[in-house]
Design a protein around this ligand. Structure first.
Ligand SMILES: Cc1ncc(COP(=O)(O)O)c(C=O)c1O
Length: 446
């Protein structure tokens, strides 16, 4: 038998220094079913990472796997660039049925190279072409992918600090981060200040900010630390952008396809964006990215956006069935209920374990911000975020059989992005492991 260490040593030799997850979770995975994965040595783990939110129905869903096998056996094409196939037609029709009515009636879609970063790139390109403007507005804590276009919109400085030549046509605004508000004011008043600042700066003829080609926004920031935007903030951004004729792009790459408990996370606020970037779960666990947009923006010519793998029919077959399974009221309600149970449990643990600073999220997009209990409180009563304690917690979870990602400012937020379909018993098992791990680490730091 080849053990984990041997595979890891080989990977260290052939794989890039930019690799990341394989460093935090040093195993070679042999099998995966639902949310349980097994390494080559036979140890099992509960998977709260699930391909960073890609595996909405978990690993190796029986129905999707058998559809894929049937499709392959049928000699239907696996790859067609952007030529039409019955699988593509069916996928598009199901995707359109999942759009909110106001968006659907004017919608068009662009199949993108199969990564979220390309869907964002395509959206920015389209908005620049349609408006004839260059500048793009993004938000602190935003994450839109690692291509050099989307990278310019990233809040986190680590990934872009060594790259010269990134476009400077970006303006950042504060995102309403309730636990650590940008203006030091908590609650509703803090949100109002963010809204006012955004509106004033865009409408003030002397703010120094030129009219942008688009505004790019996550309704729930994922990599930035699982931060849901209040409804009134999303509504205000929509109102101001509409008044000024600025296309609004909602990045639903991570929060979309049911993860928030709504099919798209922006739906809770009732707004209608001009573009939606979609990827991750939309391919039913296979690579896929789509940029959906209002046809009033459809000002580009044939070939203005291309990409060899826009026509991967296996992703369409899998994604079509996944969307049908996810987009039902009972399924989405269960996502909300499971997320609420998670939050309630860890809220209750807060008083016993002061390393828990904040518990937040919507649906199965959940975060626990870890703080240094011995640090001083800031102006809003929050202790210092601790990436160090969070890393120790992540390692403890891993040793106890739970794979869980971190993110957010200073890498201090433990993030649950497990399958939407996770059975209650596996969710409870993951919660138990996380609880015990928090208690162990908490003891050391208190
Ligand atoms: C909100 C958001 N946008 C875009 C991306 C980029 O997607 P990809 O990694 O597939 O390029 C991600 C990835 O995590 C994301 O969370």
């Amino acid at each position: 038998m080849i053990d984990n260490a041997t595979y890891l040593k080989r990977s260290e030799e052939y794989e890039s220094s930019a690799r990341s997850y394989s460093r935090k979770f040093p195993i070679a995975i042999k099998k995966a079913k639902g949310v349980v994965i097994e390494d080559v040595e036979g140890k099992t783990y509960i998977d709260f990472l699930c391909g960073a939110g890609t595996l909405a129905l978990g690993h190796n869903d029986d129905e999707i796997n058998s559809l894929l096998i049937d499709y392959i056996k049928s000699d239907a094409p696996l790859h067609t660039l952007d030529m039409i196939t019955p699988a593509k037609d069916e996928f598009a029709s199901t995707l359109f049925s999942c759009f909110p009515e106001d968006f659907r009636k004017n919608a068009k879609i662009q199949f993108c190279a199969p990564a979220g970063t390309d869907a964002i790139d395509a959206a920015i390109k389209l908005c620049r072409i349609a408006t004839g403007r260059r500048m793009v507005i993004s938000f602190s804590g935003g994450y839109h992918g690692m291509g050099q276009g989307p990278l310019t919109l990233m809040g986190n400085l680590h990934a872009k600090q060594h790259i010269n030549g990134l476009s400077s046509d970006v303006q950042f605004f504060p995102y309403p981060y309730a636990y650590r508000p940008a203006f030091g004011v908590k609650g509703d008043e803090g949100v109002e200040i963010c809204i006012n600042f955004f509106e004033r700066m865009l409408k003030d003829p002397e703010s120094g900010i030129t009219l942008p080609a688009c505004v790019v926004l996550e309704a729930i920031q994922g990599e930035g630390g699982v931060i849901p935007a209040p409804k009134k903030f999303l509504q205000a951004v929509r109102r101001v952008t509409e008044e000024l004729g600025i296309p609004l792009i909602l990045d639903e790459v991570q929060a979309g396809i049911g993860r928030s408990g709504d099919f798209f996370a922006f739906e809770e606020s009732g707004i209608t964006p001009d573009c939606i970037a979609i990827s991750k779960a939309v391919g039913g666990s296979l690579p896929m990215a789509i940029m959906a947009y209002n046809k009033k923006l459809d000002k580009w010519d044939a070939g203005t956006h291309a990409g060899t793998f826009r026509g991967t029919t296996l992703s369409m077959v899998a994604g079509e069935r996944l969307m049908k399974r996810v987009n039902t009221k009972p399924f989405l309600n269960e996502v909300k209920e499971k997320g609420d149970a998670f939050k309630k449990h860890f809220e209750a643990l807060k008083s016993e374990c002061p390393i828990i600073g904040d518990v937040r999220g919507r649906g199965m997009m959940l975060g626990i911000e870890i703080v240094d209990p011995k640090s001083k409180e800031d102006i809003c009563g929050a202790k210092a975020a601790s990436g160090e304690i969070a890393s120790e917690l992540q390692r403890t979870c891993f040793n106890n059989g739970l794979i869980m990602e971190k993110g957010g400012r200073n890498g201090a937020v433990m993030r649950c992005l497990t399958a939407l379909s996770i059975p209650r018993e596996h969710l409870d098992k993951g919660i138990d492991i996380l609880t015990e791990s928090i208690k162990t680490v908490n003891k050391k730091y208190c």
